[in-house]
Design a protein around this ligand. Structure first.
Ligand SMILES: *[C@@H]1O[C@H](CO)[C@@H](O)[C@H](O)[C@H]1NC(C)=O
Ligand SMILES: *[C@@H]1O[C@H](CO)[C@@H](O)[C@H](O)[C@H]1NC(C)=O
Length: 520
């Protein structure tokens, strides 16, 4: 009996082992929200029994089973002051493509140049079954798939847009697919369509004249020697870039715009949210349970700090909150003097557990994608105060969908916020809308976490999921618009014209020649 049990155990464990894959996951952006997305990936892969090597600059607080970390925080730093609310309000800094692309390129280079990463690259005993890399405005990490000679999956942290779609399909039409940095929401007006076309052309020019050159240089210096060292064929980086197996996209149609996607583009928005809500700390649970008129939760996220609001703005916000009947939970990093009775400061806020509480009526947020995802997941309408990056478009989409109101970041925002709060509390349509979207969000065949694991395993088990690649990727643009046919038709038309002219003229010559003969 015990012998059979032993056989069974060893059989089961061999099954288990044969299903444990080795994954290299590159997500070095030193930003809290990106690390939350990163840890979501780690948790799902770890629970599925896989081993992950994680290149990151924010390390998980608790070790995760099967995960080993290569810490690149020494090499990768955000430019200082980038996330300061006051300097953004005073417009002393900007965040356009011109500054962002080189900074992100630098980050990629510094990651690859990190000692731990270099050791990994040169260690010939290291093998991976798949590489997952966070897409951040360049494709230089495609070099990793050359070094380890295995399939590559991009993790795209925002809604589908042309820069990632072009890697697995074709560039979508800008008249109804907006740029990742744009805050337009389709249907677009004439001037918006013009702007989107301009953004696409501008972005493409930057890719052609800046990004691809730097990528080439980084690839040659930092990847090619390792590829040679391992004896694998050295492919051009352009080849590796368009040889992606899959894109996992932190998006879902309930939050964004319905976009045509190729079969290897998988939306998994919401995967970072644990289906089991953690219990609230006792004191917070008490405050929320006893809030007679409901709760308003206010948080500017983990990168921005409410602390950096100008002093007068903080005071006006407090005065305005004091007049409300509702209880306000404000995620704030320091103690505030003269706090009104209905306002509670949270230095650390268990956001998902707060949003999950049935008394939570309204969420005032910067509109980051994680916060808007959580608001739909838990069905709490939002007031968005967007500050940078995709926050503008997330809030704009929320406004268009009807579950959000926008308030501009400004020195008079307390006044605008009061108006917005009154409207959202007194009109039920915002709550109705968010409940509708929340239903759509949850009504999927499987959870986004299961989807994530399934598709990563699918790529590995099918040797790179070549069957999912659309032929659109391999068809050159001139063939798509039938330029070759147009040229052939043109040649035929010209040829026919010449033939006719030749026949006519030579007949005419003969006629006139015979006429001349007669005359003589
Ligand atoms: C790029 O990174 C290096 C090393 O961290 C740093 O010294 C340099 O200033 C950065 N350059 C840009 C343009 O961000
Ligand atoms: C593209 O990736 C697949 C695996 O996903 C691999 O078999 C193939 O060799 C790669 N092609 C090139 C040109 O790198």
């Amino acid at each position: 009996m015990s012998k059979w049990a032993l056989v069974l155990v060893s059989f089961l464990s061999s099954l288990y082992l044969s299903n444990a894959y080795k994954v290299l996951f590159i997500s070095p952006l030193p930003s809290k929200s990106h690390s939350i997305l990163g840890e979501g990936v780690l948790n799902h892969l770890s629970r599925a029994g896989h081993e992950v090597t994680y290149i990151a600059s924010i390390i998980p607080e608790k070790p995760i089973k099967g995960v080993s970390v290569i810490d690149v925080s020494d090499s990768v730093k955000l430019p200082t002051g980038m996330m300061n609310l006051k300097s953004i309000m005073d417009k002393t800094q900007s965040n356009d493509l011109f500054n962002m692309m080189p900074a992100l390129m630098n980050m990629s280079r510094n990651t690859i140049n990190n000692d731990g990463v270099k050791t990994l690259l040169s260690d010939k005993t290291k093998q991976f079954d798949v590489i997952i890399a966070e897409w951040m405005f360049n494709e230089v990490y495609a070099g990793f798939s050359g070094v380890f000679n295995c399939p590559l999956i991009w993790l795209s942290t925002i809604e589908p847009h042309w820069m990632v779609l072009q890697l697995v399909d074709e560039i979508p039409n800008p008249s109804y697919n907006v740029d990742s940095l744009s805050s337009n929401v389709p249907p677009l007006t004439f001037s918006q369509r013009l702007l989107e076309l301009g953004l696409q052309i501008f972005g493409k020019l930057i890719q052609i004249f800046y990004t691809s050159g730097v990528e080439q240089e980084i690839y040659e210096n930092h990847f090619v020697p390792h590829i040679r060292n391992r004896g694998y064929p050295v492919q051009p980086i352009e080849e590796l870039k368009y040889n992606v197996s899959l894109v996992l996209s932190n998006s879902h149609v309930s939050m964004g715009v319905a976009t045509r996607l190729p079969p290897n583009f998988i939306p998994i928005g919401g995967y970072h949210i644990d289906p089991v809500v953690k219990p609230l700390p006792k004191d917070l649970q008490n405050i929320m349970d006893n809030a007679k008129h409901g709760i308003i939760y206010f948080s500017m996220g983990s990168n921005l700090r409410s602390q950096h609001f100008p002093t007068e703005v903080k005071q006006e916000l407090l005065n305005m909150f004091a007049e409300l009947k509702q209880t306000v939970l404000w995620k704030f990093e320091e103690d505030l003097p003269n706090l009104p009775n209905n306002v509670h400061i949270l230095k650390w806020a268990p956001q998902q557990s707060i949003l999950a509480h049935k008394k939570c009526l309204l969420f005032i947020t910067h509109g980051g994608l994680l916060s808007t995802t959580e608001s739909i997941h838990f069905g709490v309408p939002i007031i968005g105060i967007p500050v940078f990056a995709d926050q503008f478009v997330n809030v704009a989409r929320g406004v268009k969908k009807g579950f959000a109101k926008k308030v501009d970041l400004s020195y008079t925002m307390a006044k605008d916020l009061r108006v917005a709060i009154q409207e959202m509390i007194h009109e039920s349509r915002y709550m109705t809308k968010i409940k509708e979207l929340s239903f759509i969000y949850h009504h999927r065949t499987v959870s986004p976490g299961q989807e994530l694991v399934h598709w990563v395993e699918h790529v590995i088990k099918t040797g790179g999921a070549r069957h999912l690649r659309t032929p659109a990727l391999m068809t050159p643009w001139y063939q798509k618009v039938y330029l070759d046919l147009a040229i052939i038709l043109l040649i035929i038309i010209i040829a026919i014209k010449y033939i006719f002219r030749y026949i006519c003229c030579s007949n005419g010559n003969k006629v006139s020649a015979s006429y001349k003969k007669k005359q003589n």
